[in-house]
Design a binder for this molecule. Structure first.
Ligand SMILES: [Zn+2]
Length: 414
């Protein structure tokens, strides 16, 4: 057992007992001699972040192909470089990505990338949670469709290795994947009671091309194909009309909002407040560092709030509580993980922040400070599943992780 002594929670000081992987008790004073005591004076506890859309191993592409739109960026800069990737590169790349996630307070992420055994091992070793899907992308080639289906089945049927890892499926998009692949993955996700993720309506071009090819918009198409539902996650969903918003609401489909990536690639600006008002399940993601160029959910929250206000032309859009929820509680809820709020019975996934850090003073509103003022220097400790993954800003093996990452970057430059 671990006892957090004198920690600041909801504007008062209390003690919190961690038993195994969950928050067992929260009270003014807890006396538990057998527990390992952590002195938390001057620190506040907050839920950790859940990053619901990223491509962890794209770390080596940070700073590549700047100032281009999504399609030029993908075809000219990203796909050719990704073609050089080998399975052995993925573990060091994912480990380095998780290092950045932990430093910025994230304990759970949803990935979308290739060669997933390396990412699974990185999640296991670094101590956080991952929703790790097999990525299907067949470019409408029948042979690749069959190969993707075979490998997707093998992934979700493989024995569960770790309680922190959720095996899932994903398809890249309607412009890179066949109907057969998308529908088969959707059926498999339902059969194995897991999650399906897909990029949807990221750009106006994607919507226009879809109308030209199929006679309807991407969300309408995916609805017709039967792939929507509470365990389906649409990444981006920037360009939706009212009918599509209604379909997303009706099916309980979850959205991953990625404001930095959308603005940076000129994809557009999602109407966050309109979606919230419609009652959609909204979560927050950074997308890969190649289009962000960071995995910090702290900066993502700030941009989500400002973008929402700008899009709605209203200061009432993107309120502090809503933005904090989409970065924490909503994400964990989407994957049925009991975390994202500091309360008894929840999993012990949380961060401790230094209340004397210059960015958190004065403490008039801690959540607003975290969204608008903070950076990762405010975070001192990160816990996942009841265990510390960063203690007083120290993450085990950090030097080795950085060295391994630099070696892969050098190898991929050749
Ligand atoms: Zn993406």
């Amino acid at each position: 057992m671990i006892l957090l002594k004198n920690v600041f929670l909801n504007n008062k000081v209390c003690d919190i007992l961690i038993d195994g992987n969950h928050l067992a008790q929260i009270a003014d004073l807890i006396d538990m001699p057998e527990a390992q005591v952590i002195d938390c004076r001057g620190k506040a506890i907050l839920p950790s972040f859940c990053n619901t859309h990223t491509h962890a191993s794209m770390m080596f592409l940070r700073g590549i192909g700047e100032d281009k739109n999504l399609f030029d960026w993908l075809n000219q800069d990203i796909f050719p470089r990704e073609a050089k990737l080998k399975p052995e590169h993925i573990y060091p790349l994912s480990r380095y990505a998780i290092l950045e996630m932990i430093k910025t307070g994230t304990t759970c992420f949803t990935d979308m990338y290739f060669y997933i055994p390396g990412t699974i091992k990185a999640v296991e070793d670094m101590g956080i949670r991952g929703i790790i899907p097999y990525l299907g992308m067949d470019f409408f080639d029948d042979q690749k469709t069959e190969e993707s289906i075979r490998e997707g089945i093998a992934h979700i049927k493989s024995p569960h290795t770790n309680e922190r890892i959720t095996k899932a499926l994903c398809c890249h998009s309607v412009y890179t994947c066949s109907q057969k692949l998308i529908q088969t993955f959707s059926d498999l996700a339902k059969k194995y009671d897991t999650y399906l993720q897909i990029h949807v309506s990221e750009t106006q071009k994607e919507v226009d091309d879809c109308i030209q090819k199929f006679g309807c918009r991407p969300v309408e198409l995916l609805y017709q194909w039967g792939v929507m539902g509470p365990k389906t996650l649409f990444a981006h969903a920037v360009h939706l009309n009212d009918d599509e918003i209604a379909l997303i609401k009706k099916t309980g489909t979850t959205l991953a909002h990625c404001p930095t990536s959308n603005l940076k690639l000129g994809s557009g600006q999602m109407g966050l407040q309109k979606y919230l008002d419609a009652g959609l399940n909204l979560t927050l993601g950074t997308d890969g560092v190649s289009s962000n160029n960071s995995l910090s959910m702290i900066s993502e929250m700030k941009l989500a709030a400002l973008s929402a206000k700008n899009k709605a032309n209203s200061v009432l859009a993107g309120k502090v509580d809503d933005i904090f929820d989409i970065a924490t509680k909503n994400g964990f809820e989407a994957f049925s993980i009991k975390a994202g709020e500091i309360k008894e019975g929840n999993l012990a996934d949380f961060i401790l922040v230094d209340m004397n850090n210059q960015f958190l003073l004065p403490n008039n509103n801690l959540q607003s400070n975290m969204i608008y003022a903070a950076d990762s220097s405010c975070i001192t400790d990160v816990f996942c599943n009841g265990k510390p993954v960063m203690t007083n800003k120290v993450i085990p093996h950090e030097k080795e992780i950085i060295a391994g990452f630099k070696d892969v970057c050098a190898a991929l430059k050749k």
